[in-house]
Ligand binder design. Structure first.
Ligand code: URA
Length: 303
C-alpha cells in the first residue's frame, strides 16, 4: 500500500470537509492536543515522504496544514483523565503537556538507527523465546519481551508480567498497565513513544515477586535491551526494578522521585502502578514523579 498517497488523500479529504464547515468527522470528540499531535505527525510524515520520494505527488501545502492547526485552536481544552481521588494541579500538567506536545520527538529522523536496533532486539527475542533457564519457563504462556520504540527517550521497567500479559505476550496491558498508559499519556508522551518492559520476562505464578535467582537468570536480557535502546532515561516501577539497578536504594517510598545513575543511564524510580491502584493516596506523589520525568524528557529531547 502506498501510505504516503493514502495520507495525502485523507488530509485532502479532511481539508475539503473542513472547507464545507464539517469539523473533522468525529475528530472533534478527541482532545484538542491529541488532534494537534496527529496533525503535527501527519505534517512530519508528509514532509519526510516528499524528501525521500522521487515520484511526483499532489502536495499537501504547508498552508493547508496551517489551516488545520488554526481550526484545532478552536477545539475544546483537553480534559485530563485523572483518578477521581487525586488532587492534581491540572493547569501545571496541562502546561507541561502543551509544552511537550509542541515539541516533536526526534525519533523518526534516525530511521536507520532505529531499524538496526529493532533487528538487534528481535534477535534477542528469538534467542530467548523458548527460554527454560529458570522455573518460570515451565508455567508461562508467553514470554513478555517488551514493546515500544526502538530508540525511545524513556524506558519504563516493571517487575514481571501478570496474568493478562502472560496471555497476550505484551507488557502492562492489564489494570496496572492501563493506569500506566494513562499516566504516560497525561504527561504528553504516548505509550508508543516510549519502551515498556519488565525485569523478568515470564510470569511468576500467582503474581508473586520474582525470586533473586529468577531475576539473575533474566538479567542478561534487560541489560542487553538497555544497551540497545540506550534511552535518555530509565523509569523503574516499584522496588524490584529499582533495587535491581540500584542495590543500595532504600524502599520505593524513599527512593521515588530521586534521580540516580545506573552505569551511563539516568534512573528515576517511582511507584509501581499496581501499588497505586491499591494505595490511591500515593497518587499525588506519583504525579510529582511523572512531572519530573516529563520535565527531564522535554529538556533532553530539546538539547
Ligand atoms: N506488572 C508488571 O510489573 N509488569 C507488567 O507487565 C504488568 C504488571
Amino acid at each position: 500500500m502506498d501510505y504516503s498517497a493514502l495520507l495525502i488523500q485523507i488530509a485532502n479529504q479532511l481539508y475539503f470537509l473542513n472547507q464545507k464547515g464539517i469539523k473533522y468527522l468525529n475528530i472533534k470528540a478527541l482532545p484538542g492536543l491529541e488532534v494537534k499531535s496527529v496533525i503535527n505527525g501527519l505534517e512530519e510524515i508528509i514532509s519526510k515522504e516528499n524528501v525521500i520520494s522521487s515520484e511526483p505527488r499532489e502536495n499537501i501545502t504547508t498552508k493547508k496544514l496551517q489551516k488545520y492547526k488554526e481550526n484545532i485552536e478552536e477545539l475544546p481544552e483537553i480534559d485530563l483523565i485523572t483518578e477521581k481521588s487525586v488532587k492534581v494541579d491540572k493547569n501545571s500538567i496541562h502546561n507541561l503537556k502543551q509544552k511537550n506536545i509542541n515539541h516533536n520527538f526526534d525519533q523518526t529522523t534516525n530511521l536507520e538507527d532505529s531499524q538496526i536496533k529493532s533487528v538487534s532486539l528481535s534477535k534477542i527475542l528469538e534467542k530467548y523465546r523458548s527460554c527454560q533457564n529458570c522455573a518460570l519457563g515451565v508455567t508461562r504462556k508467553k514470554l513478555v519481551f517488551g514493546s515500544g520504540l526502538s530508540n525511545p527517550p524513556v524506558i519504563f521497567i516493571g517487575e514481571g508480567p501478570g496474568a493478562d500479559e502472560d496471555v497476550q505476550g505484551e507488557p502492562f496491558v492489564g489494570r496496572a498497565g492501563k493506569l500506566l498508559t494513562k499516566m504516560i499519556s497525561a504527561i504528553g508522551i504516548e505509550r508508543d513513544d516510549v519502551y515498556i518492559t519488565n525485569i523478568v520476562k515470564c510470569r511468576p505464578p500467582g503474581n508473586r515477586n520474582p525470586t533473586p535467582a529468577e531475576i539473575s537468570c533474566c538479567l542478561p536480557i534487560i541489560k542487553q535491551q538497555i544497551e540497545i535502546l540506550n534511552p535518555k532515561l530509565i523509569v523503574t516501577l516499584g522496588n524490584i526494578p529499582t533495587k535491581t539497578f540500584i542495590p543500595d536504594a532504600p524502599g520505593i517510598t524513599k527512593a521515588r522521585g530521586k534521580m540516580k545513575q545506573y552505569e551511563k543511564w539516568k534512573i528515576i524510580p517511582t511507584f509501581h502502578p499496581s501499588y497505586l491502584l491499591r494505595n490511591r493516596t500515593a497518587m499525588p506523589l506519583a504525579w510529582d514523579d511523572f512531572k519530573m520525568i516529563m520535565e527531564f524528557t522535554f529538556k533532553i529531547t530539546q538539547s
